[in-house]
Ligand binder design. Structure first.
Ligand code: ADP
Ligand code: MG
Length: 138
């Protein structure tokens, strides 16, 4: 079974849509295999988004990601990475397809409610970044 990491970002927690987001993943047949709330420091957000460190939006993105609590989860299922990416919709909610999380719930390209890993290698890094051996079976 494939695994992926998803985050309900600080805007999603502020908007009371934690259950809505997780419910959409569950309706896709995905299993929540690890779950917790956390408040990321700026440095922790920078480490998570290190691949984007050269992007012009890096400072603003990591400020946003450390602006309030987030919900971190690992999901398991066949094609989990693509299922989550499909449920999320395009990065920019204005370009996201109808019925996707970002189209339905997000305000901007930065404050876009949800994160999902984009490939098996990034999923492994991201799950390991947030969950230890006690919290998720390797
Ligand atoms: P995705 O989350 O869809 O995989 P990226 O990996 O490209 O998108 O970007 C990571 C996050 O950085 C996005 O989810 C969004 O919060 C933020 N972001 C991406 N592009 C921009 C941008 N042009 N301006 C501001 N924030 C952005
Ligand atoms: Mg991405």
């Amino acid at each position: 079974m494939e695994r992926t990491l998803s985050i309900v970002k600080p805007d999603g927690v502020r908007k009371n849509v934690i259950g809505d987001v997780i419910g959409r993943f569950e309706k896709q047949g995905l299993k929540v295999v690890a779950l917790k709330m956390a408040s990321l420091s700026k440095a922790e957000a920078e480490g998570f988004y290190a691949v984007h460190s050269a992007r012009p939006f890096f400072a603003s993105l990591t400020e946003f990601m450390s602006s309030g609590p987030v919900v971190l989860m690992a999901l398991s299922g066949e094609g989990a990475i693509k299922k989550v990416r499909d449920a999320m919709g395009a990065t920019d909610p204005a370009k996201a397809a109808p019925g996707t999380i970002r189209k339905d719930l997000a305000d901007s390209i930065e404050s876009n409610i949800v994160h999902g890993s984009d490939a098996p290698e990034t999923a492994a890094f991201e799950i390991g970044y947030f969950f230890n051996a006690l919290e998720i079976k390797r």
